[in-house]
Design a protein around this ligand. Structure first.
Ligand code: HEM
Length: 98
């Protein structure tokens, strides 16, 4: 019987997630509302790195994210004001990820 391959393997590994996260942050950097949510604008490299490792691990790749960060604690690590930000983005429908 063939073993099911993870999405991580099917998309070709880490490089796919790096490109995905780069596209996400390219959108964030052009969006003043989302940009304001980031506590440290200068550390986008760190934010990119953490999100990439998280997605890699979630989709079946190496577990480096947990080794570096432990439990993701996503609610705690996303500022509360994000919720308001998402609501206003839905209302105006101006946010279109590139
Ligand atoms: C518009 C959507 C989003 C915004 C504006 C946003 C914003 C943020 C911010 C401000 C941080 C802290 C920056 C940093 O790590 O230095 C962060 C961290 C993170 N976000 Fe998001 N986020 C979004 C969506 C998501 C989604 C959909 C996921 C995953 C399903 C996600 C996963 C993560 C992870 C894994 C971290 C790093 C947690 C850590 O280890 O510290 N984010 N995000």
């Amino acid at each position: 019987m063939t073993e099911a391959r993870s999405l991580f393997d099917r998309v070709g590994g880490t490089h796919y997630f790096e490109r995905l996260v780069d596209r996400f942050y390219a959108g964030v950097e052009k969006d003043p509302v989302l940009l304001a949510v980031y506590p440290d604008h200068a550390d986008f490299d760190g934010a990119r790195h953490r999100l990439t490792l998280f997605l890699v691990q979630y989709w079946g790749g190496p577990g480096t994210y947990s080794e570096e960060r432990g439990h993701p604690r996503l609610r705690m690590r996303h500022p509360l004001r994000l919720h308001g930000c998402f609501r206003s983005r839905q209302r105006t429908s101006r946010f279109r990820p590139t």
